[in-house]
Design a protein around this ligand. Sequence first.
Ligand code: C5P
Length: 219
Amino acid sequence: IKKLLITIDGPAGSGKSTASKALARELSYLYLDTGALYRAIASKVIKEKKNPDDEQAMQDLTNSLNLRLEAECGVLRIILDNEDITDHLRTEEVGLMASKVSSLPRIREVLLPIQQKFGCCGGIVAEGRDMGTVVFPNADLKFFLHATVSERAMRRHRELIEAGLPSQLEIVESKMELRDRQDTERSIAPLKIPADAVVIDSTALAFEEVVAAMLNAVK
Ligand code: C5P
């Protein structure tokens, strides 16, 4: 059977990551989390206390970037400056900074070949904002997953509380709206529905139903 190149795009909190991971597992495909690459750069910006609006500082940071991906049991690990930082990237602070640095053309340019390298031979589920539009326009199957902002904020809020972290629903929702705006209004590779995508609204769907709909489309 041909191994497909599948893309999943959508806004923050739409359930993309969980669905992509589950789909990749069901199909025994590799899961490519491209948000983690932008988050890795964001974490470096935060750690080195750089100003994302300072063009020269961002240029220097990009030019000296030592970022690579390593496959481990079907999951890609993010290695920055020879350190595995995969498990330290999921905070909202890093997410918001990722959204900011991801509007810089030079950063998108540097990350493009790192992502495309994995698409050559199929057998991959690639998740992000511009997978079906820019990085893999010729993907075999494209999904766009969305949900209302209040539902997405509620899900993120629950996740944070379950993880024992402090969270206020209104703050989560306003940060999510800000990130949506930054991601959809940027001039380069904005978040939008690929013309040939299967669109799934997950607002009223359980996670299992989203994955089932995706598997159905694969078949
Ligand atoms: O998906 P995740 O929340 O990890 O992404 C973090 C940020 O990285 C997004 O808000 C978006 O601005 C950026 N991103 C992007 N293109 C991608 C994946 C993520 O611009 N393919």
